[in-house]
Design a protein around this ligand. Structure first.
Ligand code: PLP
Length: 397
């Protein structure tokens, strides 16, 4: 008998976490690596938030299991924040707090998918969507976005992939990795299409607060009551409040689905870490100026990094509107530098130019790589300059 379950044959390690492990190894060897691979803010969690957790630990409140769906005060804070940000009203039975947004998605797929159920995944996509669907024995069906359309998908492209088995669709606007945002009109079309065909919309809005240069973020659930009923919102504190390490996410939507997610969580994680939940209450209820301060820093970096990256020969870059990644198509540069794939080019950039970025192949876009601007300006500029010099050197060889 094989040691591992059959389902593991088709599961790959998270490429973003693998890249970060690879660069840490080179750093441990004393090599000066510039890490632009990771998908987390470089800022520290605000002191006010840290203090809330420290107090909960010291006075003993964090010593115990909490309700599986999260502390009632935190669930209230989630609903209140959602109301303030989007105008959407959810009842207490329509919210679950999870061990990060990643865990919310995991519980959701476990709760809704039967074997062979299909989930439409808009590509380029966040690396865990496909693997989580497969872990729940569902089938991810890719719908490929094209650069000339800002990597966004239209209803006719969705319709081409729809079958009787289509259960859900994952929307991630602003997108990791492309940074693109769907407009109100685009979302309305997708929402109405999903309602018509009874397809569940899973809207991952984790970057909803990181919007730049006057662009607008719309939550699809705000567009009509029918669409809201058909949508599960996924969000969390990781990206908005620089709290990736705390592991707090949440989901809002249909109470039966939320109940299913709670039941899954009750047998796996029991509850998100109590101290982290107290921190998250402070994050969501506290002064939101910290969010704007970080947003402004990301915006400045984007506006500086984008032209630098676009100036590298063979790089085709669309200027992102949100999140904190740039996603250049570097196929031409890779070929001109003598590589037969962008994956190999990315390895060369790490090993010879000493800059860590992530291959696009894990995101369903093999001609691209993802570079994060969640790094201070000097690091970012030096990293891009290294890549630029590396490309020039390789092209002239
Ligand atoms: C970071 C990220 C998540 C997961 O966030 P956690 O709350 O840290 O688990 C989910 N979706 C996307 C698109 C992300 O980039």
């Amino acid at each position: 008998m094989s040691k591992l379950a059959k389902r593991m044959e088709h599961i790959s390690e998270s490429i973003t976490l693998a890249t970060s492990a690879k660069s840490k190894k080179l750093i441990a060897q004393g090599i000066d690596i510039i890490g632009l691979g990771v998908g987390e803010p470089d800022f520290q969690t605000a002191d006010t938030i840290k203090v809330a957790a420290i107090e909960a630990i010291q006075n003993g409140r964090a010593s115990y299991y909490t309700p599986t769906a999260g502390l009632p005060t935190l669930r209230d804070a989630v609903r209140e924040r959602t109301l303030l940000d989007t105008g959407l009203v959810y009842s207490d039975a329509e919210v679950i707090v999870t061990d990060g947004a990643k865990n919310a998605l995991y519980n959701l797929f476990q709760a809704i998918l039967n074997p062979k159920d299909e989930v439409l995944v808009l590509a380029p996509f966040w690396v865990s969507y496909t693997e989580q669907v497969k872990l729940a024995e569902g089938t991810p069906v890719l719908v490929n976005g094209r650069p000339e359309k800002d990597y966004k998908i239209t209803v006719s492209e969705l319709e081409e992939k729809r079958t009787n088995q289509t259960k859900a669709l994952i929307l991630n606007s602003p997108s990791n990795p492309t940074g693109m945002i769907y407009t109100r009109e685009e979302l309305l079309e997708i929402g109405n299409w999903a309602v018509k065909h009874k397809i569940l919309i899973i809207s991952d809005e984790i970057y909803g607060k990181l919007i730049y240069n006057g662009h607008e973020f719309i939550s699809i659930a705000t567009l009509s009551d029918e669409i809201k009923r058909q949508t599960i919102l996924i969000n969390g504190v990781s990206k908005t409040y620089a709290m990736t390490g705390w592991r707090i996410g949440y989901a809002l939507g249909d109470r039966d689905i939320i109940k299913g997610m709670i039941d899954v969580a009750s047998h796996s994680t029991s509850n998100p870490t109590a101290a982290s939940q107290y921190a998250a209450i402070e994050a969501l209820n506290g002064n939101q100026e910290i969010v704007e301060t970080m947003r402004l820093a990301f915006e400045e970096r984007l506006n500086i990094a984008y032209p630098l990256l676009a100036a590298i020969p063979g790089f085709e870059v669309i200027k992102p509107q949100g999140a904190f990644y740039l996603f250049p198509n570097v196929k031409k540069a890779a070929t001109a530098c003598g590589f037969d794939s962008v994956d190999a080019f990315v390895d060369g950039i790490l090993e010879e130019a000493h800059v860590a970025v992530v291959q696009g192949s894990g995101f369903g876009a093999k001609d691209n790589f993802r570079i994060s601007y969640a790094a201070d300006l000097e690091t970012l500029k030096t990293g891009i300059a290294r890549i630029h010099q590396y490309v020039l050197k390789k092209m002239n060889n």
